[in-house]
Design a protein around this ligand. Structure first.
Ligand SMILES: [Zn+2]
Length: 71
């Protein structure tokens, strides 16, 4: 019998208490995720894409800090 990987995510419908029963895919960072929980995603590949994603991350963090300090 072959070893089956199970997705490690918790389902949103169960309010994060029930584990997803999907067939898992081992990710680069060591997590096991099914195709519905970003298991197929490999992230940005080209230099342009990596820079764009980094810019988006920085933008998001700035926005987050601004909204938090307002409260
Ligand atoms: Zn899953």
């Amino acid at each position: 019998m072959r070893l089956k990987l199970q997705c490690q995510s918790k389902t949103r419908q169960s309010n994060y208490t029930v584990q997803c029963r999907g067939r898992g895919i081992a990710c680069k960072n060591g997590n096991v995720r099914c195709k519905n929980h970003a298991g197929r995603s490999t992230g940005p590949r080209t230099t342009e894409g990596k820079l764009r994603s980094l810019a988006n991350l920085l933008k998001y963090n700035e926005q987050r800090i601004k909204t938090n300090s307002r409260d």
